[in-house]
Design a binder for this molecule. Structure first.
Ligand SMILES: Cc1ncc(COP(=O)(O)O)c(C=O)c1O
Length: 491
């Protein structure tokens, strides 16, 4: 459960700071339904760029932004792309919600909001005392640093040294401090160690996305809700919402699946990971190249008991497709040989590396369950290829120029030839095995108790369900906070 204990002094400081800086905080309901956002905020948004460091951009933490670099308002249903069968090779309809149109170009700005907001509006985090620490493999700390700046909080970003150059360059402009820890994507233990070091300081507060319940609260209520809207907007008569697949970093996005399983009881929920770091599939470990996911442990906030399937994706597949979707030769092949619409092909740059892996999970699920044209599988594109231009250049340096022949090979080998291998439909015992792995990270290393761990397995109502429902309580605190801020500025 999220702790809403109020620290009066901290709250007073935060309200004063918000007043000074003209900060109004959006509610979860507004993120679900941006039509509830008041007119004066909309007017400001019309003059604000998507990535501008302006508090009004907090209102763009929603899947329903108009796809514009500047001045955009909101759409009725989320930004979505649907991947045609000629590309995927399966009959099932596959759609993906687009993360590129969040500020920072990634939906993790929402997860970090979910973690920071409860502590800010209760005064537990005091903006005059604390720095917000954002440990992450990249996008979460970008989102956290961005939100911190919008909310006038100091921040410290921690991420592995081998993450892409784009992430470091951008962070250095936004975060108060950037700390690079040894290793790559899957070196989360090194990040955790750094946070333990920082925890000793009285002026820092750690927002660990792997254990903060604000992360699943946000995804269940905002991403889950948006996926439902997206499905309802694109479905034809007789279509089923058959499945949802999300690769897991913190497993925050997986909570959107918890919402969908309640709304569509037949829906199968799959978690994806890199085959090169197969922790969920077979307790495996290793480095891999699907940036943002797969960290050699099971996140505290992964509701494993509600996960129906694990699907492993070879990181070579996602690297190859990054080139197919983002080079002229690749696009020409898709247009001329596969017959895809040229405008659609341009939207394939909305898929970042983990977005590609998410789509591949959907394809593998469709193959496994032999889904038909009436089955729809949904996923998200956490970030876009914009974040990986340096990776695309590196691939060109390694393999030389791309060609239409290479594109045809890549499409055939890395999409059409995908099989239902390296995946597992999870029975009770399989889920329990995965859940049990949490012990080694969270009890042995991170100070959690066995009672808390057991509660995540045996007491869904008191843990997962209770957190999901706390969105209403969070909104009440946010509204009260905003009222106090506005009172002062009106008087
Ligand atoms: C690019 C990318 N993809 C996927 C994920 C995984 O999302 P989640 O942490 O919600 O599991 C992340 C998380 O940081 C990410 O940055």
């Amino acid at each position: 459960m999220i702790d809403f204990t109020v620290n009066k002094e901290g709250l007073r400081h935060n309200i004063e700071k918000a007043r000074e800086n003209g900060i109004i905080i959006p509610t979860i309901r507004q993120m679900q339904n941006p039509e509830l956002i008041p007119e004066n905020i909309r007017e400001k948004l019309k003059k604000t760029g998507l990535w501008d460091v302006d508090p009004v951009n907090l209102f763009r933490i929603t899947w329903k932004n108009e796809p514009k670099e500047s001045g955009g308002l909101f759409r009725k249903s989320p930004n979505v792309i649907e991947l045609p069968s000629a590309l995927t090779g399966v009959k099932a309809r596959i759609f993906a919600m687009v993360g590129k149109w969040f500020p920072t170009g990634c939906h993790k700005v929402g997860a970090s909001f979910g973690c920071l907001a409860p502590r800010l509006v209760t005064g537990q985090f005091d903006t005059t005392v604390h720095k917000a620490v954002w440990p992450s493999t990249g996008n979460y700390c970008r989102g956290g640093a961005f939100n911190s700046k919008l909310l006038s909080c100091d921040s410290i970003a921690i991420l592995p040294a081998e993450m892409s150059r784009e992430r470091f360059e951008w962070l250095s402009k936004i975060a108060g401090e950037v700390i690079a820890t040894p290793g790559c994507e899957s070196n989360v233990k090194e990040i955790f160690d750094k946070t333990w070091e920082l925890r000793q300081r009285p002026d820092v507060m750690i927002f660990n996305q792997f254990e903060e319940m604000g992360n699943p609260l946000w995804h269940y209520n905002v991403t889950g809700y948006a996926l439902k809207d997206a499905f309802e907007a694109i479905k034809s008569e007789g279509d089923r919402f058959a499945g949802a697949c999300f690769t897991s970093g913190s497993a925050g996005t997986m909570s959107a699946g918890d919402y969908l399983k309640e709304q569509y009881p037949g829906l199968k929920l799959a978690v994806g990971e890199a085959l090169q770091c197969s922790t969920i599939l077979d307790n495996g470990f290793g480095g891999h190249r699907i940036e943002g996911i797969g960290d050699k442990h099971i996140p505290w906030i992964h509701n494993v008991k509600n996960t129906d399937m694990v699907i492993d994706i070879d990181d070579e597949d996602s690297q190859r497709l990054l080139r197919l979707f983002n080079t002229d030769a690749g696009k020409q092949y898709l247009i001329k040989t596969v017959g895809l619409d040229a405008e659609f092909v341009e939207t394939l740059s909305y898929l970042g590396i983990s977005g590609i892996a998410n789509v591949l999970c959907c394809i593998k699920m469709a193959k496994y369950y032999e889904l038909t044209e009436h089955d729809i599988v949904g996923t998200v594109l956490t970030d876009s290829a914009v974040m990986y231009q340096s990776r695309i250049e590196e691939l060109s340096e390694m393999y030389g120029d791309y060609s239409e022949t290479a594109a045809e090979l890549d499409h055939n080998l890395h999409i059409l030839a995908l099989k239902d291998d390296n995946m597992l439909e999870l029975g009770y015992k399989d889920r329990k095995r995965i859940h049990n792995l949490k012990y080694y990270t969270w009890i042995e290393q991170q100070g959690r108790t066995v009672e808390e761990l057991d509660a995540l397995w045996y007491d869904s109502e008191g843990t997962w369900d209770a957190v999901h429902k706390q969105a209403a309580q969070l909104d009440e605190y946010i509204e009260a906070f905003n009222r106090e801020v506005q009172k002062g500025s009106l008087s």
